[in-house]
Ligand binder design. Structure first.
Ligand code: PLP
Length: 391
């Protein structure tokens, strides 16, 4: 099968499938166009669908058992796609990446400790810290107003660590500002973590969505980071199987890995349901051609999005999209808060993720998910244009 534009543009009606993106009425009316939560309006790879359908033919769904092929598939995928060498035993399955964030917060810090994060960032980073009685130490990204590109604030991070933050949590590539962190930038952060003796947790769930000439670099391939970093990843984002719930962590430091595993045991976190394990194994071994086609399609959409925004919302400023299928749109020139923007968008039948979901820096911004057929994206941007035109 060819995974070209015609595959990714085939009609897919997700309404009434109990999916958050289309069926959550607190966000959007039934006739809305959802360009918000980060999953994709594309069918997943036939190799995954066929394997799940075939397993579902068997009428018994009793306890599953671990399969060494799961870890082998994960390791071979990261070697093949990202040149990262992981050894057997350096990974641990998780139900989801957020579980990994929370487990790491509990394993490496005590109640009342500060955890340094680079903001604006994916909302559950804050929740993972606060829900465990730790404190958020936000290190704001530096925005270059002319281009909308963001840079890391190394001296801000150093201050956070100097004043006692006990853990650094990163999102790489970064959601929501679509930045791909370079080897040099990651090395600087790793050196800071080394200097102040703190572990690093790096959420690499968006690693596969990188546009040329960019190259993804895992924190675990940075010599200064590999002994103090935990990497979190998942097939869920890349292969659009988030509803099945399966993720993994990787860590090359046996003592850190042991702490994480102890925390998981104490909390009763088990992972590996029958369908999720099968889907992840298929994803990591049999879907490279689907993934290559997907990235090519998204790459085309990313250019069109810029063009359509200029046409329908000319005062919007888009940050460069180096990675992810999420675009960070600065709508401050329209003079509205996120709440006002969301209300107008809802009335016009389109939904985005409000910038404030990612932190205070996001006021007046919206995150646009462009992983959908282009006709849907265009309709959503036209509706945004109409919402912004209203007095
Ligand atoms: C940066 C980041 N981490 C984690 C997640 C959620 O992952 P999971 O469903 O595996 O918890 C998302 C989903 O949007 C994300 O963008």
């Amino acid at each position: 099968m060819k995974f070209d534009a015609s595959f990714f543009e085939q009609p897919l009606d997700r309404r009434n499938t109990e999916c958050e993106k289309w069926d959550d009425r607190s966000i959007m009316n039934a006739d809305g166009v959802p360009l918000w939560v980060a999953d994709m309006d594309f069918p997943c790879a036939p190799a995954i669908v066929n394997a799940l359908q075939s397993r579902a033919q068997h009428p018994c769904f009793g306890y599953g058992t671990q399969n060494p092929a799961d870890e082998e598939a994960l390791i071979s995928f990261w070697q093949r796609r990202h040149h990262l060498t992981l050894q057997k035993g350096e990974t641990q399955m998780l139900p989801c990446v957020i579980t990994g964030l929370k487990t790491a917060v509990r394993a490496f810090t005590k109640e009342g400790d500060e955890v340094a994060i680079v903001t604006p960032v994916y909302g559950p980073f804050y929740e993972s810290i606060r829900a465990n009685g730790r404190k958020v130490r936000a290190v704001s990204l530096l925005r270059e107003e002319k281009t909308g590109r963001y840079e890391l604030d190394f001296s801000g991070m150093e201050q956070a660590l100097q004043s006692g933050a006990r853990l650094m949590m990163l999102c790489s590539p970064h959601n929501p500002v679509s930045r791909l962190w370079s080897k040099e930038e990651l090395t600087c952060l790793c050196r800071l973590a080394e200097k102040y003796g703190v572990p690093i947790v790096c959420d690499e769930i968006h690693a596969d969505f990188v546009y040329k000439p960019g190259e993804f670099v895992s924190i675990l391939s940075i010599p200064e980071g590999e002994g103090r970093a935990v990497m979190l990843c998942s097939a869920s984002k890349t292969f659009n199987v988030a509803g099945l719930q399966q993720a993994a962590l990787a860590c090359k430091n046996p003592a850190m890995l042991e702490k994480l595993r102890r925390e998981m045991t104490a909390a009763g976190i088990v992972s590996g349901n029958t369908f999720a394990r099968l889907a992840a194994r298929q994803a990591y071994t049999a879907c490279d051609d689907w993934l290559d086609g997907l990235i090519a399609y998204l790459d085309g959409s990313r250019a069109l999005l810029r063009q359509w925004l200029a046409q329908y919302a000319p005062k919007a400023r888009l940050s460069p999209i180096e990675a992810t299928y999420l675009a960070w749109a600065d709508l401050r020139a329209y003079g509205m808060t996120c709440q006002q923007l969301s209300e107008k968008c809802r009335a016009r039948g389109v939904a985005f993720t409000p910038g404030t979901f990612f932190g205070d820096e996001g006021e007046g911004f919206m995150r646009i998910n462009f992983a959908c057929p282009r006709a849907q994206l265009l309709e959503g941007i036209q509706r945004l244009g109409r919402a912004l035109e209203e007095e």
